[in-house]
Design a protein around this ligand. Sequence first.
Ligand code: LER
Ligand code: MN
Length: 270
Amino acid sequence: MKLSIVSELNETRNSQDEIIKNFSRLCEFLKSLNYDGIELSLLEPEKIDAKRLNEIRDSYNLEISAIGTGSTYIRFGYSLGHQNEQIRNKAIKRIETYIDFAQELQSKVIIGLIRGRYNYDSSYKKEKYNIKSSLRECCQLAEKNGVMLLFEPINRFEIDSYNTISESVNLIEEIDSNYLKLLIDSYHTYLEEDPGFIWDYLKEITQHVAHLHLADCTRRAPGTGHFDFRTFLNIFKNAGYNGFASIETIMKPSFEEVAKQTSEYLRLIL
Ligand code: LER
Ligand code: MN
């Protein structure tokens, strides 16, 4: 299993030179801790010089494990489940931009918070229908470009549908695309799943999983709370999972501390 951590590049505010300088510094730091990759959470990937990023990434022998898209919903308000067709189309267009970027960087694109939330104009049923039809369009774009999409079940306090793993598995089985896989986040698993059944269920669905997010039950660094990472990660390890486990936590006391603590902790338990 490979290890990465989520970081932003602040591409909206920073100049190209600043983006590149920050990325180089990030690569150097993570390489010194034996990381295998970086997951980038981006708002405007088209503002980033992908060729220069590739050169730096290669010089450190790192991978871009995945690209996060949630800020498209948070900052622009575009979402795949939106009741307004024009706004849905804007979200799909943004996914196309992420796919282009991910193709250049040989990465994957996350479908998480970009699904959005419904308001008084919509309903749970309509939202699910819109997400499904938008996702079919995103899958066509993914297939055309050979880029994997990662569908992430997210807890009910952040999003209104596809909160559980089984609901999400049903969706990806229904859509049935070779370019649509599951992202399992330990934090959402902790909040949404029944601890009496989840470990057995995870063993049944490992073939659908292509990415993991790691955070403890308080969303702090793994090992600081009581989520059972040993059992969780061994399910994937025993199934021959060779993808990424990516740290996505509240970065406190600091990004550097979380990166250091977590790599030490995971080496102890894996
Ligand atoms: C949001 O809670 C989350 O886990 C992100 O990975 C979703 O884009
Ligand atoms: Mn996540």
